[in-house]
Ligand binder design. Structure first.
Ligand SMILES: Nc1ncnc2c1ncn2[C@@H]1O[C@H](COP(=O)(O)OP(=O)(O)OP(=O)(O)O)[C@@H](O)[C@H]1O
Length: 326
């Protein structure tokens, strides 16, 4: 891992944006890293400046099926960008290409100066791209602290031998990572739960642990795959507030796939809508919401009585219940 570690010790960028300040960061326990991080191993993923993500002509084919068809969009540094669309639209495929799990058939994904389509997942993570999953991917028997420490793994400089021998340098580094984990746990509201096995926590709290683990990677770009799926109304509100705080306090760019339209409309600066692998709309949430093509994609062409077509879980644009409100 040593080649991926950047001991820059810098703070994560503090967010300067305020257009979505409905949920102030003060509701969380301070921004981790906004006061210098936890020492040398607490630096941002690659020590570089916030980077733009540019997706161009991205195409993915599986045998005879085109899951993504020349899709393009840009995620500006420090912004929240949502990718939405009915079931099977290609959202997860897009995320899987961005994180290196799937190979693109053609097209380009640039993150800063790096071309992601040629990199394996661990190299993409090393550039500061962290991901959470639709289904929780944590170790349920391990306490929250250990799950978060796993997020620090790629930032660890000490080698196998020095860790095994418990050399002072390795101990110091482990202590710094431990402090950083505690800072991030406090920010996410998990301080009292660090010793609790993840499997014993309510679902909504587990989702927060997942987000905290992604933050432990010191990302510059967070890919959140349906972060409020399966949550209660209260849990959704908490998570929406937390995502807003991550952006406001840390300035991390966020790319979000989410079916909760209330949450998308309130959190996102820009929305890209996919349908059958094609981009059918793109722009600010309020524009996209009233786009006839988008309404048609969600409703189906047969009319509003057939709202349960491809899309049993999605609130239709304009019908958000506000549960996702930060
Ligand atoms: N590994 C794969 N092999 C073959 N087909 C796939 C694979 N992954 C996705 N697909 C197909 O690609 C299309 C897009 O799927 P994808 O999961 O990206 O859609 P989605 O928008 O994320 O849907 P959902 O909202 O239901 O998660 C679907 O037709 C799906 O069946």
């Amino acid at each position: 891992m040593s080649e991926t570690y950047q001991p820059d010790g810098t703070a994560l960028p503090t967010g300067a944006r305020s257009s979505h300040a409905e949920t102030p960061a003060e509701t969380h326990a301070g921004a981790p890293g906004s006061h210098g991080g936890a020492g040398g191993s607490g630096g941002r993923g690659d020590g570089g400046p916030p980077a733009r993500l540019t997706v161009r002509d991205l195409t993915v084919r599986f045998a005879g099926l085109t899951a993504l068809d020349a899709v393009g969009f840009t995620v500006e540094p420090g912004s929240v960008h949502a990718v939405i669309g009915p079931n099977g639209a290609g959202k997860s495929t897009c995320f899987n290409v961005l994180s290196g799990v799937y190979r693109a058939t053609s097209g380009s994904v640039r993150f800063g100066d790096a071309e992601l389509t040629v990199l394996p997942p661990h190299r993409i993570a090393a550039l500061g791209v962290a991901r959470t999953f639709q289904n929780i991917a944590l170790s349920p028997r391990l306490p929250v602290r250990d799950n978060l420490m796993l997020g620090r793994h790629r930032l660890t400089r000490a080698g196998f031998l020095s860790c095994g021998l418990r050399l002072p340098s390795a101990r110091r580094e482990a202590a710094r990572h431990g402090e950083r984990v505690e800072e991030i746990a406090a920010f996410v509201g998990l301080t009292g739960l660090l010793a609790t096995p993840v499997g014993l926590l309510p679902y909504g709290v587990q989702k927060r642990v997942e987000l905290a683990r992604a933050l432990c990677m010191e990302p510059r770009l967070l890919l959140l795959d349906e972060p409020v799926a399966g949550m209660t109304g209260g849990e959704r509100r908490d998570m929406a507030g937390l995502i807003a705080a991550v952006r406001e306090s840390l300035g991390i760019s966020i790319l979000l796939v989410e079916h909760d339209m209330g949450m998308v409309m309130r959190l996102a600066d820009t929305v890209t809508v996919l349908d059958f692998g094609r981009r059918i709309a793109h722009g600010p949430p309020e524009e996209v919401q009233s786009d006839p093509g988008v309404v048609r994609a969600y409703l189906g062409t047969a009319g509003p009585d057939e709202t349960a077509d491809r899309n049993g879980t999605v609130d239709l644009p304009g019908e958000a219940d506000g549960e996702g409100a930060p």
